[in-house]
Design a binder for this molecule. Structure first.
Ligand code: TYM
Length: 331
């Protein structure tokens, strides 16, 4: 059975970009393959983060994932720092990853541009991501489009390690990215990728009123200046979101009302807020129940870490051996 691994940073609450681009697919995959998912807290301690809120953000992200339908009986769900082998494998992989390849990563280039002093961790971030994936011998990695380049690098790293330490029979598989049609959801500005750091998100757990408020100023067809101008749904991000959240008959009605200037953009946004809130209502309800029962979440993550660690330990015994590190014989 193929094995799938994916991770998400503990940014607090999930947003609909995460959900449409990745997490919804994680839920589907857990019934089809062996699935391992992680809240990757080590990835989020780079540079200026708030240590006082990291633990609660990690818990909230786990609650979001469980509420979205990750089932600990079907998938392994754990917190990355609870399995120390991730950091160990990262170091070993660091030793054979060329600096130039890391400097070419788009996310590194974007983020480092904004910093006066660049932490080495920012550069090595994709190696930790490669370690996450390779530790579990994952074949497939369900992610959004922004992670495609990191996946490419992971394959490079796997190839290079195999060539050096497992030349006859590859030890690490070269993992493939799995993407959905919602691989790049735009934010409320209609320009940039929906991203917590850009403040252009709709949270998965927000209610209709909060969603409506956020949608009101959201960018639509720029050529539609007044309510009387007909619009072009194909260039409108609000219409794209309708396609992800509304039933086909509503999508068709929205397109027709937009093209004929029957509805103004605010009418269209009101319906979208209802549809998003309605679709996500069961997730909101489950999150409420889980928040009231933190012991259940902790138990699930503890069990998940134990299962993940069993796999990670086995991989590391083999990696250490092949890399020539002396290990006392197992009794
Ligand atoms: P992160 O935490 O930024 O995002 C989690 C997942 O959500 C996807 N995503 C989106 N998809 C579509 N549209 C969007 N606007 C959007 N925003 C986010 C991301 O592509 C991702 O799949 N480096 C990773 C976390 C990570 C990881 C891993 C992923 C660490 N180790 C190993 C896979 C495998 C990240 O920061 O994702």
């Amino acid at each position: 059975m193929p094995r799938v691994f994916s991770g998400i940073q503990p940014t607090g609450d999930l947003h609909i970009g995460n959900w449409l681009g990745a997490v919804r697919n994680w839920v589907t995959l857990q019934s089809e393959v062996e699935a391992i998912y992680s809240v990757v807290d080590l990835h989020s301690v780079i540079g200026g983060y708030d240590p006082g809120s990291l633990a609660s953000r990690t818990q909230d992200m786990a609650i979001g994932l469980l509420a979205a339908g990750i089932d600990p009986d079907r998938a392994i769900l754990f917190v990355q720092s609870h399995v120390p082998e991730h950091a160990e494998l990262q170091w070993l992989l660091t030793t054979l990853t060329p600096l130039g390849e890391l400097e070419r990563m788009t996310q590194f280039k974007d983020k480092s541009q904004r910093l006066e002093s660049i932490p080495a961790g920012l550069l090595c971030y994709p190696i930790l991501q490669a370690a996450d994936i390779l530790l579990y011998h994952a074949d497939q990695v369900p992610v959004g489009e922004d992670q495609a380049q990191h996946l490419e690098l992971t394959r490079e790293i796997a190839r290079r390690w195999n060539a050096a330490f497992a030349p006859k029979q590859p030890f690490f598989p070269e993992p493939q990215a799995l993407m959905t049609p919602a691989r790049r959801i735009l934010g409320l500005d209609g320009q940039a990728k929906m991203s917590k750091s850009l403040g252009n998100t709709i949270g998965l757990l927000e209610d209709e009123e909060a969603i409506g408020k956020k949608l009101r100023p959201a960018v639509t067809d720029p050529a539609r200046v007044t309510k009387r101008d007909p619009g072009d749904p194909t260039v409108c991000n609000i219409f794209t979101l309708h396609q992800h959240f509304s039933p086909p008959e509503t999508v068709a009605h929205v397109a027709q009302q937009c093209r004929s200037a029957g509805w103004g953009c605010l009418d269209c946004k009101k319906v979208l807020a209802e549809q998003i809130a309605g679709t996500l209502a069961p997730i909101r309800d489950r999150a409420g129940e889980l928040k009231a029962d933190p012991g259940r979440v902790e138990d699930a993550l503890r069990d998940g870490a134990a299962k993940a660690r069993t796999i990670a330990r086995e991989t590391m015994v083999e990696v250490r051996e092949r890399m020539g590190l002396w290990q006392p014989r197992r009794r």
